[in-house]
Structure formats: C-alpha cells, structure tokens
Design a protein around this ligand. Structure first.
Ligand SMILES: N[C@@H](CCC(=O)N[C@@H](CS)C(=O)NCC(=O)O)C(=O)O
Length: 97
C-alpha cells in the first residue's frame, strides 16, 4: 500500500496515524504540499481533485482520507477500527460523512 501524502497536513496525518494504529504497513510517497506538488504531475493524474492524500494498492487508486482508512481496515480485517455490524457502521459513517 503506497500512501501519497504530506504528513504536515491534517488529512494526511489522519491516514498515517490510522494505519499506524491498525499496524498496517505502508510506503509513504512524499508529495510536498507547500510546494504545491498536489497540483502537478505525477500526483494530479492519481487524484484529479488535486488534494492529498491518495493511495495506490495494486491496481486500486483511491483518494479521500476516510475512504482510504475504511479500505485499509476492511482489507486487514480490523473490525475494531471499522466494525462490520451494519448499524454500528452506519453510525460511524454518519460522523465520517
Ligand atoms: N475530503 C478530503 C480533503 C482533502 C484535502 O482537503 N486535502 C488538503 C490537504 S489536508 C489539500 O491537499 N488541499 C489542496 C490544496 O490546498 O491545494 C480528504 O479527506 O481526503
């Protein structure tokens, strides 16, 4: 799992903290926010919204910090971080959305 991010920003820090909390290994690809690299190639091809973070896992390219964390929790079976129970999940989603 490669995370394209600048740890100085809150949405990037959230993803990196969440992955560390779940013990999910990742490779950080640093995209310098203050140099505006999120608006330039190669990042802009990965996320046309020009915002950090984004993730690449195999052939899956994903942006949105919460979507990345949800995917990571489901992939690694971290039910305590993102429970499978529908009602509990709906409650979590309402806060995330
Ligand atoms: N809803 C998005 C928000 C992403 C976002 O706003 N990222 C900021 C950094 S925290 C960004 O890259 N903004 C683009 C800019 O300022 O040029 C998410 O949670 O991933």
């Amino acid at each position: 799992m490669r995370i394209h991010a600048d740890p100085i920003t809150v949405n990037c820090k959230k993803v990196l903290a969440g992955l560390q909390l779940m013990g999910t290994p990742y490779e950080l690809v640093h995209v310098d926010y203050f140099k505006g690299e999120q608006k330039l190639e190669p990042f802009i091809s990965l996320n046309p919204n020009a915002s950090l973070p984004a993730m690449v896992d195999g052939d899956l390219e994903l942006w949105e910090s919460n979507a990345i964390l949800q995917y990571a929790a489901d992939k690694t079976g971290h039910a305590s971080a993102y429970p499978q129970d529908l009602k509990t999940r709906a409650d979590i989603n309402r806060w995330l959305l």
